[in-house]
Design a protein around this ligand. Sequence first.
Ligand SMILES: Cc1ncc(COP(=O)(O)O)c(C=O)c1O
Length: 432
Amino acid sequence: MKSLKSRELLERAEASLVGGVNSPVRAFRSVGGDPLIVERASGAHIWDVDGREYIDFIGSWGALILGHAQPAIVAAIRDQAVRGTSYGITTELEIELAERVKRAIPSVEKIRFVSSGTEATMSAVRLARGFTKRDLILKFDGCYHGHADSFLSEAGSGLATLRIASSAGVPDALAAMTLSVPYNNLASVEKTFAAHSNKIAAVIVEPVAANMGVVLPAPGFLEELRNITRRTGTLLIFDEVITGFRLCYGGAQSLYKIEPDLTTFGKIIGGGLPVAAYGGRAEIMNHVAPLGAVYQAGTLSGNPLAMRAGIEVLRLLEAPKFYEDLNARAEKFMKGMRGSVQESGIAAQVSSIGTLATIFFASQPISDYASAKRSNTRRYAAFFRAMLERGILLAPSQFEALFVSAAHSDADLQRMLVATKESLKAIAALPE
Ligand SMILES: Cc1ncc(COP(=O)(O)O)c(C=O)c1O
């Protein structure tokens, strides 16, 4: 039962915001119940307007690897705010953040900062088209690359949650320029390249898919994408908006030892402020205006508040053994999750890598969008609600990830494991 405050705010939200939200999955449509209205957050904990406390495993959809309101990041933002919040003119901060990203990710020789992941992927694709002078792009079913027109066919994240195959408002002629094939299916990639030889500008891929739930690349999948794209003069774009600075400091490309031509970033590099970026080989990036003919610009691009937050977060992530320790803790936690699932006897799979995971309510391992979609989303919804009742906030959709952050204490993770056991037991009693 919601209190007056929450109820009243939900009503006001629905009267003024579309669906009561500013991004569709926040509306809790696929899990039922009233969406949360947040008042504040600190570390791994978040409070709603009724003062209820939750351990947060959404972490601003992966942006907050250090948790909410990390003191050093807050101090940096405060310090910058009094110097001015936006100039629309270059600062040393942008140069410093660019240099830090380049040091972390050697495939990035030049970078352009933007304000959202959507802007980054949209711009990277425009650049790939301008550079190769080709029009088609190849993506994978269930991968999500933001909401630009080119990416809204068979996309993951909110489209998967709401079961939307493609968005209204995208002209057919434009949609036809995006080819989408099953993730981890190299035969389909080869077939598509054979059918469209020398017409594909770029292959864009989440090197670890996290928007149909977490799906790992099959051994050899990314390597073969690199081989095929190299052979055909197609650019390989790694969308590391989630995996960048998440799996390890060098992102998925360092973990899997593959150099893409272009990379997109977002989430973590902004330390919780709106920053994203695209970058890659200088030879390609130099085609962006003002050096080249591919136009892309932004009033708030390289925003100083966001740059300060980004610099601070990367500085903290450079601490010795940061990823080693965090991933080791996450690994132990995931083992506990798998144990709980096994014990429960419920058909479910914990798909995880490092601090990134999804519990799929499915009887078989998940390798692509088709298998992800076979999950029992009603069971996920019941699980989500049982967890929420126990003070654990998960993503309100089967087709998203849960994120462990450095702010989760051992006690937080232990509470999550206990809640998981209890919730699985509670939902096992429900009809499938
Ligand atoms: C892999 C990936 N690419 C792009 C985006 C789009 O980023 P944004 O929501 O900042 O536009 C997302 C968002 O979740 C994402 O997960």
